[in-house]
Ligand binder design. Structure first.
Ligand code: PML
Ligand code: MG
Length: 252
């Protein structure tokens, strides 16, 4: 199989201060590589967050023996009337997953306080609320993800409301992230200005919350709530980050 990764930004590359526009990864059979390269390019050029002027498309061969498979989380659809209700609900769900009230507040505020979107996620201690990664605005970028079979996967999702590319990709990412030893939960909402949906992923569930921000707001982000008690001499924060960034995980 081959991994096709795209990241795009405006105002130059991310590492030279460009603003993140979009990113995508697909792991596909060789016969699908060409069409995925075109999809990735189109997505970068026609994104509601803006007109990318830097597009990086990387194609890499993936060895079958490097792939592991995980199941997708169960989708639980919630209903809220406002972003205030949505944010409060996310905190409730995080706390019932074992995240402290303080860490919940810090996690939510960390996304609310962003002045621009990050390319990756913030790792925050689920008990103390302390930021654990030292990646600043770059954050930890999860890669090595795809559905195991895009047609089966899409079929399984088709009855959800607002079913589309956002749900498809976020569920794959959240299913990998929460499969990592040491990750208790993930909190996310979209940085696409007109996409207000977010979620909390924990305990095999993807709890989908329809309103997490105001319409038109181009800021969103991801926080992974980390249980540092899971770390020892043989499994450290660096190992967790390596799993998130490198391990190839296909979602069934
Ligand atoms: C993003 O792709 O910008 C994040 C989307 C989060 C919510 C996806 C959903 O459940 O619809
Ligand atoms: Mg986005």
């Amino acid at each position: 199989m081959f991994s096709i990764k795209m990241r795009s930004s405006k105002g130059g590359p991310h590492e030279k201060g460009g603003r993140h526009i979009s990113g995508i990864e697909r792991i596909v059979n060789e016969d699908e590589v060409e069409s995925e390269i075109i999809n990735a390019y189109r997505r970068a050029r026609m994104h509601e967050r803006g007109d990318s002027d830097f597009i990086n498309i990387k194609v890499e061969k993936v060895k079958e023996s490097d792939i592991i498979y995980k199941n997708k989380l169960n989708i639980k659809q919630h209903h809220v009337e406002s972003k205030e209700e949505g944010l409060a609900l996310s905190s409730e769900i995080l706390q019932s997953a074992g995240v402290s009230e303080k860490a919940c507040e810090i996690a939510i505020q960390s996304i609310l306080n962003l002045t621009e979107s990050m390319h990756g996620a913030m790792l925050i201690d689920k008990d103390t609320g302390e930021r654990l990664d030292e990646r600043g605005m770059k954050g930890v970028r999860v890669t090595g993800i795809s559905s195991a079979d895009i047609n089966d996967y899409r079929k399984a999702l088709e009855n959800n409301i607002d079913c589309g590319i956002h749900l498809e990709e976020a569920l794959i990412l959240a299913s990998k992230v929460t499969s990592a030893r040491g990750v208790t939960a993930e909190l996310c909402w979209s940085d696409d200005p007109n996409y207000l949906i977010g979620y909390v992923a924990a305990n095999d569930n993807y709890e989908r919350i329809p309103i997490m921000k105001d319409k038109g707001n181009p800021i969103g982000g991801r926080v992974f709530l980390v249980d540092t008690d899971q770390f020892d001499e043989d499994y450290t924060l660096e190992d967790l980050i390596e799993y998130l960034e490198e391990q190839v995980v296909l979602i069934k």
